[in-house]
Design a binder for this molecule. Structure first.
Ligand code: PRX
Length: 645
């Protein structure tokens, strides 16, 4: 990458552009214009590259907010991801190069992955899993997580993956919301040298639950786990007798594929539902153009399959492209902060996709961990999950990318299914901190409250004005919430919930969430979820949770808690409350700071004014409009308490 004309604008290098699918900004602009003038034509051309059993009759049926893509088309998504490679020239090509945290390695070719998925699909049939049944998956980051997802998809069953860092209560909530009665898990997974007790968590989540028909347990860590007769089965025992042949059925393009829960502004996570044909088209197309995936690439996305990034850019998109990818089980700093760089060197990774929060942790750990590794195989870097701060961007570009790799800063969401705003690596001039320009077929804009498009550099709400194939179809079981959350700000337009601005070049700069959702280490966390966990503790009368800027995590979780009479403000209780949140939601939700408060700032009608708390934890004091405040002394006393710390 050369650095012209200003030090902060990085034009694509000639070498990269020469081989890229889109090799100039002018070409991108022309194609983008065409794709926006005729989105259906663009997406249909992309979808043609996938395997369909029956062609669609109509590309799109749209009546906001209801979209049907590739209407009448029939497919089995796993045929695009597996069969077409396994029966063709990619048969013996590595699909997954797995590295466990303890250092164990395993490679699965496309033929082997196909076989394992077929076999596990037969196992699921044996357990009575049918099309449209929901199946909860709670697995470590091992190939079997992808195998379980793909086996569900092959049968038309709807998988709902729960991140392995989430708690038993989170599993229980998701089971009841999705109505899943089958669970796929493992005895445990490795994380920082310790075992994460996945099966124990499942047991706790389903204690007394008689609805659960089966729990299939993959043996990963080998520790003792309880196995309930007739309900719990070992993966290896069931697969030992299952056939590895499976004739896939074709499903409707709009057949539900998965539900993935994500945080919103209320206490209850939303079950984001994605369907088949459009989702596959979106993830495949973005892998092709944004990650520029080629047959000789070794791609590595460091996300967990428990998040949307893992669904779209570990499982469905890359496999549809037939690329070779690395999957890693454990922590980035195990045994030390050199782990990722060693893996890039060992496996010859060419495309690397990670999150700003990880990059900041590496910067803090020091360059020594990077410097003794050969990272020259890399040709493209990606970033996702939160705005990347320019310092982190430059370090990533220089230290990891050797100054030669483009960085695609990809903006998207669980709901969008696939990347929406991102540079194209051979075409788009980069600037640290901006996700740059919308992808083909994506009509993104920034609007003010009245619905007018904002002028250059004016901050407003990020919306998408035209439907796109991988858009979520609903919040599972709650159409009203779906309409209210995404489609009620402006008639017929999708509101992302992010504020953003566009600069004079047209680049999008994402500022952050507009709702009560925090972005902690690139993960969404509803303040209401944490509050509801806190008030679930016997000592807590009331709680308010806000975010404060944090150098490593992006945002840290700050909780204010008023106690019930009879409980004392002790450090022991403070720790107990933090642990309690960890237990209810998962470790990522544990408040970084927990302040006891004699009272919380409220309006006269009794609403907690979180805005003031946020200001207080961000700046140390409160200014601005305090007229709505019922009792000013509440803020004064909190201010004094925080100052004393
Ligand atoms: O606020 C945006 C932020 O993450 C939110 C979506 O979170 P989630 O559904 O968990 O998906 C994360 C992975 C796709 C968005 O509303 N976000 C995501 N990517 C970026 C980002 N903010 C700025 N820049 C990004 N590249």
């Amino acid at each position: 990458m050369s650095q012209k004309p200003s030090p902060d604008i990085y034009k694509p290098s000639k070498e990269f552009s020469k081989q890229a699918r889109i090799s100039s900004l002018a070409e991108y602009k022309r194609m983008w214009q065409e794709s926006i003038a005729q989105p259906e034509k663009f997406w249909a051309e992309q979808a043609q590259e996938l395997t369909w059993r029956e062609p669609w009759k109509k590309v799109l049926e749209w009546k906001a907010p209801d979209a049907k893509w590739f209407v009448g088309g029939k497919l089995n998504i796993t045929e695009s991801c597996l069969d077409r490679h396994a029966t063709g020239p990619r048969k013996n090509k590595a699909a997954i190069i797995f590295e466990g945290e303890p250092g164990d390695r395993r490679t699965l070719t496309y033929a082997q992955l196909h076989k394992e998925v077929c076999q596990f699909a037969n196992v699921l049939i044996g357990q009575g899993v049918k099309s449209k049944d929901r199946v909860l998956i709670y697995m470590p980051m091992i190939p079997e997580a992808a195998i379980a997802m793909l086996a569900c998809a092959r049968l038309g069953a709807v998988h709902s993956v729960v991140f392995g860092g989430f708690s038993a209560e989170s599993i229980a909530d998701r089971l009841s919301d999705s109505g899943a009665v089958h669970i796929i898990t493992a005895d445990g997974g490795w994380r920082r040298g310790k075992v994460v007790p996945l099966k124990d968590n499942v047991d706790e989540a389903i204690k007394g639950n008689r609805e659960i028909k089966s729990v299939i347990v993959y043996q990963r860590t080998g520790q003792q786990v309880a196995m309930q007769k007739d309900r719990d089965h070992w993966w290896h025992e069931l697969t030992a007798t299952a056939s590895s042949r499976h004739q896939a059925k074709a499903f409707d393009s709009e057949h539900p594929l998965f539900i993935l829960y994500t945080s919103g502004s209320t206490g209850k996570p939303k079950g984001i539902l994605h369907t088949t044909g459009g989702y596959l088209t979106g993830t495949y197309t973005t892998c092709k153009y944004i990650f520029d995936m080629r047959d000789d690439d070794i791609y590595w996305c460091t996300a967990d399959v428990g998040w949307i990034t893992g669904h779209s850019y570990i499982v469905y998109g890359p496999l549809a492209m037939g690329v070779t990818q690395v999957i890693y089980e454990g922590a980035p700093n195990f045994p030390d902060f050199g782990r990722f760089w060693k893996m890039i060197e060992d496996h010859g990774v060419t495309i690397f996709y990670t999150a700003p929060t990880a990059i900041r942790a590496f910067i803090k750990a020091g360059d020594a961990f990077v410097e003794n590794h050969d990272l020259s195989s890399l040709r493209l870097l990606g970033s996702v999950g939160e705005p990347i701060n320019p310092e982190a961007w430059r370090w990533y570009h220089q230290k990891i990318g050797g100054g030669r790799c483009p960085i695609v800063d990809t903006w998207w969401q669980t709901e969008t299914g696939a990347i929406m705003i991102s540079p194209l690596p051979g075409a788009t001039p980069l600037e640290p901190g901006t996700a740059t320009l919308p992808f083909f077929g994506v009509d993104a804009a920034i609007l003010d409250d009245s619905g007018k498009e904002c002028k250059a550099n004016e901050q407003g709400r990020l919306v998408i004005r035209k439907p796109w194939p991988s858009m979520t179809r609903t919040i599972y079981g709650d159409k009203a919430r779906f309409k209210k959350t995404y489609w009620s700000d402006y008639e017929g337009l999708y509101t992302a919930g992010d504020s953003a601005r566009r600069d004079k070049r047209g680049n999008f700069w994402i500022v952050g969430r507009l709702d009560d959702v925090l972005n902690v280490s690139g993960h969404r966390l509803g303040t209401a979820e944490v509050e509801s966990a806190l008030v679930g503790h016997k000592a807590v009368a009331e709680a308010a949770v806000v975010g404060r800027p944090d150098d490593l995590k992006g945002q840290a979780v700050v909780a204010f808690v008023t106690l019930k009479a009879g409980f004392d403000e002790t450090p022991t209780l403070q720790k107990e409350l933090r642990d309690h949140v960890g237990k209810v939601i998962g470790a990522i939700a544990k408040p970084d700071d927990l302040h006891f408060a004699p009272a919380l700032p409220k309006t006269r009608s009794g609403k907690i004014i979180r805005r003031l708390l946020k200001e207080l934890v961000t700046t140390g004091s409160v200014s601005g409009n305090l007229t709505t405040l019922e009792d000013f002394s509440v803020i004064e006393s909190l201010q004094q308490r925080l100052a004393k710390r």
